[in-house]
Design a protein around this ligand. Sequence first.
Ligand code: TA6
Length: 294
Amino acid sequence: MIQNNLSSLALPSRLALDEGPGGLPRATVTHPLASGELYLHGAHASRWQPAGERPVLWMSERSDFAPGKPIRGGVPICFPWFGAKADDPAAPGHGLARLRAWTLEETAADDESVTLTLALTLDPFALRYRVRFGRELSLSLSVRNAGAAAASFEAALHTYFAVSDIHRVRVLGLEGADYLDQLADRRRVPATGRPIEFTGETDRIYLDEGGAVTIEDAGWDRRIRVGKRGSGSTVVWNPWTAKAARMPDFGDEEWPGMLCIETANVGDRAVTLEPGQAHEMEASIRVNSGVRPS
Ligand code: TA6
């Protein structure tokens, strides 16, 4: 059942609302410059395809679409913690925001894009999330401390990108950043000075200085640029064979076709807000054809 407030929204012509798999309310964008899809469940952008390009976001064929379950692919929002909750191992991984029904507050469309603005309250935080579908995909998460005391949070836009073959992909832009290796108890590893290439399960929290990261995909002859603001960590993840096989909502053979580049603030880059203070984190994603000869 689509939430009541939706019926009162005047939708621009390039945006439609229906019920997707699992009966989840879904907004579908059809614009000359791009098409896209977003579920109110988790404010989850699940598809973005600029005109003339292959789809940019990856989605597992095995994903769940059900209340209380995360969607496997697209852009899950991890908030107010990343990974396991430090003081409660029984708490859902990556927090609560991706499991909640967000309210669609505003929509807008122009010659460049279609923009959706969604809201969620997770005490003491008030969240607003603006998603702009156009030649670029812009995702902006604003968090305000609506409580009476200082409060801290971790956040990540856990973006799943579609790639031709992880073996033919390099990641540029993190050569100068140390990383915490999630496969070795978050041991700190010094910057390598080289682009990232993939030969096995990779799960790293890069402590970066906020520059853009580029996925160079030689198989599809394209580059995906992920720019960002208000983020001090970038998580890079591919589960490879064994971990993919352990995830029921992830096809065993799907791992070569995806790569997560996550715009985040996690660990010692978590954010602390005084009462009334706000913080914004934004990812801006763009596709360019052609890669430098490898
Ligand atoms: O961001 C990488 C990661 O923390 C991996 O360790 C893996 O667990 C992934 O997130 C997916 O987590 P999820 O809870 O969505 O299965």
